[in-house]
Ligand binder design. Structure first.
Ligand code: NAD
Length: 332
């Protein structure tokens, strides 16, 4: 039913049926690393809940999935408190919605600014803590405030430096993912051994990190792209694009495809370019992220309980594209 035709009572009743459904799917996805439904199905129901709650703000409940970062922590993994929370991202599904985001943001900001466009890597968020340049602790996002300590597992991943090129004390954030080829090979091995295959590379990466046997992680060929820092003060740069360059200089692997965009026409061109290239990339992406490029502006805009105000994800439409990796059909 169109939301305009609903009364607040009807909207509240519909939202009350959507929330437990989303929470149940979320539990399977975030906690068990075994989703019950396609992401597009989850996204559609989530978008409907957002639309209901936006039209009728009084119906929002504190336990709504729109008010919390999805995910919890496994009881058998040690916990880590994120002093600066790890957030989710708001998302849009069309260029028109992206333009609305841009207009809203520019309406609230006096200065002119660029966006940094990045690929949205389909993995799971990790945080890496360095003290005086030494890797000391790595964790999952968890519920955004408390994550799981997976330091030993992360130490097996080649792209994570043990020592930085400068003795900084920083928390660097990014994505851990399983390359497509590694995912296909893993599922072949699992099926040959009579084990259930992973639903997708994101779940395979999460399942490989959030477990107790370090050797299992070491065998899974995981990789990382880092793209954020909890506090930018120790860096020399003051832009998001500069941050990616500086993280690379420090020894992290960053994704080289980022582009600074001056306006939404540039952003739309970036989206079109990577929508085309998506199937041929050796790792999965589910959209692109645009971020206000000046870091002080990011800081002054801040975040809601769940998402930063200075960034948004554009999600690609679900598509069935066939390409070949290792002579095996690959579907994205
Ligand atoms: P999200 O995954 O859509 O977006 C936030 C995340 O994007 C960040 O935490 C970060 O890990 C990641 N990211 C990747 N590249 C990035 C970059 N360059 N810059 C910044 N962040 C980047 O949000 P979410 O709240 O973690 O999860 C919601 C998503 O999970 C939805 O897309 C939904 O489809 C899926 N989901 C699916 C099910 C299911 O049952 N299929 C259930 C729950 C959630």
């Amino acid at each position: 039913k169109p939301i305009k035709t609903l009364t607040e009572k009807q909207a509240a009743a519909e939202a009350a049926t959507l929330r437990p459904q989303l929470l149940k799917w979320g539990k399977q996805y975030y906690d068990a690393d075994a989703p019950e439904v396609e992401d597009a199905t989850y996204d559609r129901v989530y978008a409907r809940l957002v639309a209901l709650e936006t039209a009728f703000p009084a119906i929002v409940t504190a336990d709504s999935p729109t008010q919390r970062v999805g995910g919890t922590t496994r009881g058998d993994l040690p916990k880590v408190t994120h002093e600066i929370p790890m957030l989710s991202l708001g998302d849009v599904f069309s260029i028109d919605e992206l333009k609305e985001f841009d207009e809203r943001l520019r309406g609230n900001v006096d200065e002119d600014f660029d966006y940094n466009c990045e690929l949205k890597i389909d993995g799971l968020a990790i945080s890496l803590r360095y003290e005086n340049g030494e890797f000391v602790q790595g964790s999952t996002r968890g519920n955004g405030q408390i994550g799981e300590d997976i330091t030993a597992n992360l130490k097996t991943i080649d792209s994570i430096p043990q020592t930085l090129s400068r003795p900084l004390t920083i928390d660097v954030r990014g994505e851990c993912y399983m390359p497509k080829a590694a995912f296909l090979a893993l599922n072949e091995r699992r099926e040959a051994a009579g084990q259930a295959p992973f639903a997708n590379p994101r779940n395979a990466a999460a399942g490989s990190l959030r477990q107790l046997n370090t050797q299992v992680t070491a065998d899974r060929q995981l990789a990382t792209f880092m793209y954020n820092i909890a506090d930018y003060e120790p860096l020399n740069t003051r832009t998001q694009s500069g941050l990616l360059d500086e993280l690379a200089e420090l020894g992290f692997t960053t994704n080289p495809t980022y582009q600074v965009a001056h306006n939404m026409t540039d952003v739309a061109a970036y989206i079109a370019q990577y929508q085309d290239k998506r199937a041929d990339l050796p790792y999965g992406i589910d959209g692109i992220v645009i971020k206000a490029n000046p870091l002080p502006l990011q800081r002054s805009l801040g975040a809601t309980v769940k998402v930063p105000r200075w960034a948004i994800a554009y999600k690609f439409p679900p598509e069935e594209v066939q390409t070949k990796v290792l002579d095996i059909e690959w579907t994205v």
